[in-house]
Structures are given as structure tokens and as C-alpha cells.
Design a protein around this ligand. Structure first.
Ligand SMILES: Nc1ncnc2c1ncn2[C@@H]1O[C@H](COP(=O)(O)OP(=O)(O)OP(=O)(O)O)[C@@H](O)[C@H]1O
Ligand SMILES: O=P(O)(O)OC[C@H]1O[C@](O)(CO)[C@@H](O)[C@@H]1O
Ligand SMILES: [Mg+2]
Length: 540
């Protein structure tokens, strides 16, 4: 059946039908447009509507009772745009300019230089025939109008939180993108994370200064945890006459970026705030994957392969590799799936137990009998409750308030040794490898470098076009501008009731550690949710 659904790009909204969001609903609520308005008029006002109005818009495109010519029922269809703020939301008289990109060497012969303001990226791409069209984000890329002249831009870049391969590539490409696409020369580097805004001098970032930094791991600007003081940071932004702020960091950093954007808006400053999501844990919501993650997974192979070689070279060799992953086991899961020698992968989301039928000891013994060796990959956040119990440790936190983890690798190593030596009277050869920082303190690989370039250039296009309070990232492989709050309201964790985890279980054939007495889904969901909530409460 042909469904007569309006294409978003064909939707036109007459100005009189717009009700400013602040007059009709509270921020974050939905605004519904009537079918009559959509169907009857055709005036192209999409762009000002998007820019000036809501962050969250619900367009009710057609009513369930409408029929097309052949008498088929139209489905009740929703098209939701979660748009990012724009400087004109609080500075309505800002002048705009023709984007100079066409004049740049890079874009001189490009056919379709600009992204259509009507292009939206769907959050969900797996849909059923009758499902609503759902949430969409603005497509990232060069925009026809910009709200800064090259001469007036004074940009700054800051990096916060833990390291990740590719940070230097993002820094480099922001500097080069601003210069080579928009002719912007004035870019400052804020040193040492958020506190660097008010406690350190800035660096002048020229294309020459950043030319080869992508070949090094770490961050050229240094980083830190803690020290976010919104007022002091925005005072400093004002004092230094900075008007574009590029903030590279994880979930904590993005929350800080949202606070800076809010303060900038309150003070009505012409300052675009752009977040570039960074985290080795790959736990940032909405986006497909964070940069540097692939590089880290690849690097983890070296440790896993070494542990395998060690373990298989001895009688009853037990190799254990501990990888990063505070609340989420993505690195461990993908590193395991990318290898083929791992017998068991333990992650924070999936509870495990040691003793008894279906437990880890039983499985290790079975593998030792079958293969004379066994290889375990462990995310650092796995089994934290056991370690805490046995060490009676009190909870320490880092400067940002993140809980400091106990060493589950050492704990597991010791327990397996004790069990086999004492209870089973077996001699085992334990080889424990902890490459924790080695997988993130390296330069990014080629594909991450490409990804970093896209992120940086998208951020530059967005800021130049006057968007603010946004994070940039790929959603279903298409780069989009996402409201910062959207990526900080939740964090991604491995869905152990999902098919990816099942693929891993099917590949390793390890126990799922789920008792048979309750339905799998209920028990696992509850335990995971309780455990993650508990970890988060503990770390706030
Ligand atoms: N809720 C918040 N509001 C404002 N600033 C925050 C908030 N949470 C964290 N920050 C600040 O963000 C910066 C980085 O936070 P954090 O150390 O948690 O790392 P992150 O950005 O989450 O990166 P990662 O977890 O990948 O290492 C710190 O300077 C911290 O003070
Ligand atoms: O760099 P730090 O402060 O030692 O923190 C390490 C943590 O940072 C991360 O790399 C990212 O959050 C975690 O995987 C790890 O637990
Ligand atoms: Mg974090």
C-alpha cells in the first residue's frame, strides 16, 4: 500500500500558525501543529521556525482519519524535531552573512555546498510500517547563512576528562577548519581543562602549531577533572572576548558545556558553545560511537593476544586482561568479539558469580580440561560489589565526583588462584595483564582520524552558523547537531538483553550467569538497573 505521508522537506508552515514555544508550553514540552494548517498553506518558513522556536517540536502531520484518493487510510504520523538552540533565540537582531565557504579552495567546485536546513537525521532507522516517524535531529554540515564574520571570531578549545585517542586530531581539525574554510585566525587553547579558563594562560593555536599533533596521543592542551565553575568560566570567556567555545569531553564535560551555554544565554552573549563528545568508554547517549573507541579496541588486541600466548604456552595457563569501562563494558565486549581466543568476557552490566553450578570457577575448570588454558577479558567496572565486599573499602572519588574503582583484575586473579590451589588442589599458571592506560594513551588510527575530522568540521560549521548548546555526532551514520542535554540525560550501557551481547555469548559460549529460577529478562533488567543506579548514586 502506498502511504501518502508528507515528506519533511515538503512541509511548509505559515507564519501565523507559529506559536512561540514560551507562550504555549513549558520548555521541553511538545508543540502540536494542526493537520489543517499543514495541509492548506504552502509558505516556506521552515528555517526561521526551526531557529527561533522550539528545542522540541512535534509535528502532527496527518490525522488517522484522512484518506487518499484510492480510499486507503493514512496513518497517524508524528515527525519530531529535537532541534538545537540558535544565537538568535536570545539575540533576535543578529545580522547574518552569506557563508564564505564557496570562496574557499576546498569548496570551490563542490556542487551542493550547503546542507538543507530541512535535512533531518532520524534517531531510529529501524521502524515498522505503522510506527510513528519519531525523533529527528538537524543534519550537521555547512549552512547557507553564517552569523559570524571571519574577523570577529575569537574561538577557544578546551579538553576535559580522561584521555582518548584522537583528541589531538579534533583540536587540529577545528583550528584548520576554522582557518581553511572560514578564514578565522584567532583560536585560543585553554590549558588543563575547565579550570584552565580561570587559572592558566592561553595558547595561540595556529595551523602551524597544531600541524602534526594528531600523530601524538593525549591532548596537546592537557586535561583535568573537577574545577568546573560556570560563572568564573563565563566571566573569563567574556573578559577574553571569546565568541566560539569548542568543548571536547565526556558526559561530565558535556554537562559542564550545557551549564556554560545556559549562563551565556542568561547573559545574552554572542557566544556559540559546541560540544564534541569524547570518551573511551563509548557511553555517550544518542551517538553511534565515540571517537578513539575503535583505536582502543584495536590496541586491546595486543594485550589479549599476549595473554593468550602466555596462557597457552603453559600447563593450565589462565590469562586475565583488564580493560577500561567504568559503567559500560563496550570496550571489553568489542575487544572480545574482535578477537577469537577469549573464553569469557565480564562486564559491569552483566552480573556474574564464582561458586557453584553455572559459576565462573566451574567454567574455568571446564576450559582448562578442554584446552589446557583459559582466557578472560574483564572490564574494570565488572564485579565491583564483590571487590568492595571483600576489601570492605570505603568509596573514594576523583575530582569530578566519579567513583574510583577497586581493582577487580587483581581481586579475580587472587580468587581464581586460591580456588584452584586450595579447594581444587590444581596447579595453575596465572598471567594477569592490565593495559588500562595503554589503550587510550595512543594516537588514533586512520578511521578514527577521519571520524575526528568530520566531528571537528561539523562543529565549526555549526558554530559559524550560530547554533549553540549543541553536541555533534553521528546518528545512524549521519552527522547531526544534537541538543547537549539530550546526550547527558542518560549514558549508554551494553544491553545484555540485546542481540549484541547474545552474539558475544554465542561466540565465546561462556555462561550467561543467569539463574533459572526467574525469567531471564526480568531478573537481568532489574539487577542491571539497580546496579547502575547504585553506582551513579554512589558517584554523585
Ligand atoms: N554535572 C556537571 N556540571 C558541570 N560540570 C561538570 C559536571 N560533571 C562534570 N563536570 C566537569 O566536567 C569535567 C570532566 O568531567 P569528568 O571528569 O567526569 O570526565 P568526562 O567528561 O565525563 O570524561 P570521561 O568520563 O570520558 O573521562 C570536569 O572538569 C568536571 O568538573
Ligand atoms: O583518567 P583517570 O582519572 O584515571 O580515570 C580513568 C577512567 O576514565 C575512563 O577512561 C573514562 O571515563 C574510564 O574508563 C576510567 O575508569
Ligand atoms: Mg565520564
Amino acid at each position: 500500500m502506498e502511504l501518502a505521508l508528507p515528506n519533511p522537506s515538503s512541509l511548509r508552515f505559515p507564519q501565523n500558525d507559529f506559536i512561540p514555544l514560551h507562550k504555549c508550553s513549558t520548555p521541553g514540552s511538545f508543540h502540536t501543529f494542526s493537520n489543517k494548517n499543514l495541509a492548506s498553506k504552502s509558505i516556506s518558513l521552515w528555517r526561521p521556525f526551526i531557529w527561533r522556536q522550539p528545542r522540541l517540536v512535534r509535528l502532527k502531520a496527518q490525522s488517522a482519519t484522512d484518506s487518499n484518493a484510492s480510499g486507503d487510510k493514512h496513518r497517524d504520523d508524528d515527525f519530531i524535531v529535537e532541534d538545537v538552540p540558535h544565537l538568535t533565540d536570545f539575540l533576535p537582531d543578529l545580522p547574518s552573512y552569506t557563508n564564505p565557504l564557496k570562496r574557499s579552495q576546498a569548496y570551490a567546485i563542490v556542487k551542493k555546498t550547503f546542507v538543507s536546513p530541512e535535512d533531518m537525521v532520524a534517531k531510529e532507522i529501524i521502524v515498522q510500517k505503522d510506527s510513528p516517524r519519531g525523533v529527528h535531529f538537524r543534519r550537521a554540515g555547512p549552512q547557507e547563512k553564517v552569523f559570524f564574520t571571519p574577523e570577529e571570531v575569537r574561538a577557544c578549545i578546551v579538553t576535559c576528562g580522561g584521555l582518548c585517542p584522537g583528541i589531538n586530531t579534533v583540536i587540529r581539525e577545528i583550528v584548520c577548519g576554522l582557518k581553511n574554510m572560514y578564514g578565522v585566525d584567532d583560536v585560543l587553547g585553554i590549558q588543563g581543562g575547565y579550570s584552565g579558563f580561570y587559572s592558566k594562560n592561553t595558547l595561540n593555536l595556529t595551523t602551524k602549531a597544531v600541524n602534526d599533533i594528531h600523530k601524538r596521543g593525549g591532548t596537546f592542551l592537557q586535561t583535568s577533572r573537577g574545577g568546573h565553575d560556570t560563572k568564573k568560566i563565563v566571566d573569563n570567556i567574556q573578559d577574553r572576548r571569546i565568541n566560539q567555545v569548542y568543548i571536547i569531553g565526556g558526559d561530565g564535560t558535556q554537562k559542564g558545556a550545557a551549564a556554560i551555554y545556559k549562563e551565556v544565554e542568561k547573559r545574552r552573549l554572542k557566544v556559540a558553545v559546541a560540544g564534541i563528545p569524547k570518551t573511551i568508554d563509548n557511553d555517550i547517549a544518542v551517538i553511534d560511537k565515540s571517537f578513539g573507541f575503535d583505536t582502543a579496541v584495536e590496541e586491546a588486541q595486543r594485550a589479549i593476544n599476549a595473554a593468550h600466548v602466555e596462557a597457552e604456552s603453559m600447563e593450565n595457563g589462565v590469562g586475565i586482561v583488564k580493560l577500561m569501562g567504568r559503567y559500560s563494558g563496550f570496550i571489553a565486549m568489542l575487544a572480545t568479539l574482535g578477537n577469537r581466543d577469549v573464553d569469557c568476557c565480564l562486564i559491569p552490566e552483566s552480573p556474574f558469580y564464582l561458586e557453584g553450578p553455572g559459576g565462573l570457577y566451574e567454567y574455568v575448570e571446564q576450559k582448562l580440561k578442554e584446552n589446557r588454558h583459559v582466557l578472560i577479558v574483564l572490564a574494570e567496572g565488572a564485579g565491583q560489589e564483590y571487590v568492595a565486599q571483600s576489601m570492605q573499602a570505603f568509596q573514594e572519588k576523583d575530582a569530578s565526583g566519579n567513583r574510583l574503582l577497586l581493582d577487580v583484575g587483581l581481586w579475580l586473579t587472587q580468587h581464581i588462584k586460591d580456588h584452584f590451589t586450595n579447594a581444587r588442589k590444581m596447579t595453575i599458571n596465572m598471567k594477569y595483564i592490565d593495559p588500562t592506560y595503554m589503550i587510550r594513551a595512543i594516537p588514533s588510527n586512520a578511521s578514527d582520524n577521519i571520524y575526528c575530522t568530520l566531528l571537528a568540521q561539523s562543529a565549526v560549521h555549526g558554530a559559524m552558523a550560530g547554533f549553540t548548546g549543541f553536541t555533534v555526532g553521528p546518528v545512524n551514520s549521519r552527522h547531526a547537531y544534537i541538543p547537549i542535554n539530550r546526550v547527558t540525560e542518560t549514558t549508554n550501557t551494553v544491553d545484555i538483553t540485546g542481540r549484541m551481547w547474545a552474539r558475544l555469548l554465542a561466540s565465546t559460549n561462556q555462561p550467561s550467569f543467569v539463574h533459572h529460577c526467574q525469567t531471564v529478562r526480568e531478573r537481568v533488567d532489574k539487577q542491571t538497573i539497580d546496579r547502575i543506579n547504585n553506582m551513579k548514586i554512589n558517584s554523585t
